[in-house]
Design a protein around this ligand. Sequence first.
Ligand code: NAG
Length: 314
Amino acid sequence: MSGKNQTIISEFILLGLPIDPEQQNLFYALFLAMYVTTILGNPVIILLIRLDSHLHTPMYLFLSNLSFSDLCFSSVIMPRLLQNMQSQVPSIPYTSCLAQMYFLLFFCDLESFLLVVMAYDRYVAICFPLHYTAIVNPQLCLSLVALSWVMTTFHAMLHSRLMARLCFCANNVIPHFFCDMSALLKLACSDTQVNEFVIFIMGGLILVIPFLLIIISFVRIISSILKVPSTRSIHKVFSICGSHLSMVSLFYGTVMGLYLCPLANNSTIKETVMTMMYTVVAPMLNPFIYSLRNRDMKGALGKVFHKRTFSFSL
Ligand SMILES: *[C@@H]1O[C@H](CO)[C@@H](O)[C@H](O)[C@H]1NC(C)=O
């Protein structure tokens, strides 16, 4: 730090979305509606799974964990985005910015690990149906979830520590709608080589390995079902893998596109839309993709409503 007349920055300006001022209100309403859907949809899933004892199976417990993670992920971004859209000077204090980055990384990784765990669960259920309850026992479920939490904590801590070491002095305008790690790195005055190296290595470990594991489990599921091909088995492949695959491609496609090809993204509109996909759209759609197409889940919903109307009519 050469310390001429450099001031240490205590807050950042979040430029937000590249939206015309006339359309600001329209987008505000849209994002508010999306956030409300997220914070209503996900708790409904968690509650349904809690209430219905038929749904106390590993698959649904993982789904409930995923819903919890979605709820938090969205809540790290959306309130700040909505607040900034209404304010004249969209500033965010330095510490809040680091905290937002920490929790974003945390829930993004958790999402990634839970998708792997869910794919593994389906793989065992389909390829080893007779040993399923012995393999995916409550201890294993708890350990997998605990391991995911430990790894995400480690990863988010590592990046936050490395970010906190950096000095921000001249420019404090983040051309983004949240405190994005790569956007912050571009503003730093100190050397960011270590950070970039760690992002590259850890990004590979945290995104590419889970993604490959998911693909492997899908390939094995599909090949095991197609060994005895029938219309019923084909239907089964689609119903089991369809929802998982659409979620996985939505999440990993956009995250990997953004973080592993940072040189390619020179168009901010495209970048913003892709970021929106995994930060806003994916957490909102998750409960619908996984549950509403699912017979058990609909049954549980029906039962809850049936009970309600029954007790009201008494
Ligand atoms: C997450 O999964 C674990 C292990 O299956 C389960 O015990 C726990 O209740 C789940 N948490 C939530 C919030 O659903």
